[in-house]
Design a binder for this molecule. Structure first.
Ligand code: LLP
Length: 443
């Protein structure tokens, strides 16, 4: 985060809180979220889309995609910055509601929402449910009718654009599970319009995640507007949701397009296609997750061991083992994601050497930072900081090898507080039916 500084002794502080204090108070591994940074990204993204939309005389809504990281605290930060919240499970919905997010400012996603989830979403009055299949149209129509509600919905379509990103993160090409192909959309729209308990507001498309360039977004937007224009002939369609997916820099090698440029390119593409089709520009919606929270997060680890491994004529590699790993950050193992690392508790003095930062789990793919240079004197007890872990790290965390999930601490103006408490061994063992609590074990 921008607030990261080295003090005179070389110790790193984040949001004005020294990492040694963070270790002493909260232990490691620890997820640290810089509140100021998260709010600044939320505000900047909102301003970028507001400005791009205003330039064409329309409005933009920005939803924070809670799947990247959600807690009540973070939901409050982003809503205070003017964002809405997009959820995709009952758990995310309840978290947003518990944070006091107005139901009308919540969007609900998913390719297989449970009946109970849809019922709850309709009951609380969620602002938009994104329909993903013909079966779900019928299912939600019946639920809303039974509950005496008229539910606002969008229909998710695939623009057919294959985003330039990891295969697992691309979501708008033909052969994947989300949404409906463009050609199939008109029949589904017709069906939605026949159901009195459903109020179709518009189309939705999300091409993928961690995308750096604007071309895929712009191409997708043009294709969707073409469909939007055709469907407008038989009924109103005031909204167009173009999803999220705006990439961030994880290492110095990453060079994502600034959000202002992306916003302008996407909205310009919508406006151009609307002009060709001779239709007014609809209100637009976007759903960034990673771009809001990713760079606000830093994970702190403690070094446990180091080990020199010879790579023959390619020199040596120092393996630096830390007290976390794929249980708190699955992204390197899942997507081959690259991160960086720094010694945080002091400034190292040795020459930079090639290191691989690895976790403590029982498999060799348990890598935290694949390729990095750290001072050669990196040693047990040092704190390592791994930046840009705010998105999809805590969200994807697991208990692999019976590892408790770390706490999340927010820092701001020199103060730190727990926003998600860490799991304890008691939490973990308490789930084992053979280790019953004494009261429950009694006859
Ligand atoms: N909208 C929809 C419908 C989505 O499916 C997603 C992400 C987003 C918005 C937000 O995308 P973002 O702005 O955060 O890129 N676990 C993967 C990322 C999976 C993204 C899933 N959908 C990772 O760690 O990279």
């Amino acid at each position: 985060p921008a607030s990261a500084r080295r003090d005179a002794d070389g110790e790193l502080s984040i949001g004005g809180v020294g990492v040694s204090e963070l270790r002493a108070r909260f232990g490691t591994p620890l997820y640290v979220l810089d509140e100021g940074e998260a709010r600044a990204h939320a505000a900047r993204i909102k301003a970028a889309f507001d400005a791009a939309a205003a330039a064409h005389g329309t409005k933009a809504r920005v939803y924070y995609a809670g799947k990247a990281f959600l807690s009540t605290e973070v939901a409050r930060w982003v809503t205070q910055e003017g964002l809405r919240v997009d959820v995709c499970t009952r758990g995310e919905l309840e978290t947003a509601l518990a944070a006091g997010v107005k139901p009308s400012r919540i969007g609900y996603h998913g390719n297989n929402k449970k009946v109970s989830e849809l019922e709850r979403a309709v009951e609380v009055g969620v602002g938009a449910i994104v329909l993903d299949s013909a079966i779900e149209i019928e299912r939600l129509g019946a639920i809303a009718e039974r509950l005496g509600a008229v539910q606002r919905v969008l229909l998710r379509v695939n623009s057919g654009v294959h985003a330039e990103t990891h295969d697992f993160l691309a979501t708008a090409h033909e052969d994947q599970k989300f949404g409906t192909p463009l050609e199939a959309a008109p029949a589904l729209v017709e069906r939605i319009r026949e159901i009195p308990s459903l109020d179709l507001r518009g189309l939705h498309c999300h091409i993928g995640s961690q995308i750096f360039g604007s071309a895929g977004f712009a191409e997708s937007a043009s294709r969707i507007v073409e469909l939007h224009a055709a469907l407008r002939e038989d009924g109103e369609l005031p909204l167009l949701n173009l999803g999220g997916g705006f990439g961030i820099a994880y290492t110095r090698a990453d060079d994502p397009t600034p959000i202002e440029e992306l916003a302008t390119a996407i909205v310009d593409a919508v406006a151009a296609e609307c002009e060709v089709r001779g239709i007014p520009i609809p209100a637009l919606a976007f759903e960034p997750g990673r771009a809001v929270i990713g760079q606000a997060g830093v994970t702190l680890y403690e070094v446990g061991t180091t080990k020199d491994v010879s790579l023959g004529d390619r020199g040596d590699r120092l393996y630096v083992s830390v007290d976390g790993g794929m249980s708190d950050n699955a992204r390197p193992a899942l997507y081959g994601s690259q991160y960086s690392a720094r010694i945080a508790s002091r400034e190292g003095t040795g020459e930079p050497v090639l290191v691989r930062v690895v976790g403590s789990h029982c498999e060799s793919g348990d890598v935290v930072v694949d390729h990095e240079y750290l001072p050669s004197d990196v040693t047990p007890g040092d704190l390592l900081a791994v930046p840009a872990t705010g998105a999809y790290c805590h969200a994807l965390a697991s208990n692999y090898n019976h590892t408790p999930r770390p706490a999340v601490v927010a820092v701001r103006d020199g103060a730190a507080r727990v926003i998600v408490r860490g799991e304890t061994l008691a939490d973990l063992l308490g789930r084992d039916a053979g280790i019953a609590a004494p009261a429950e074990a009694a006859p």
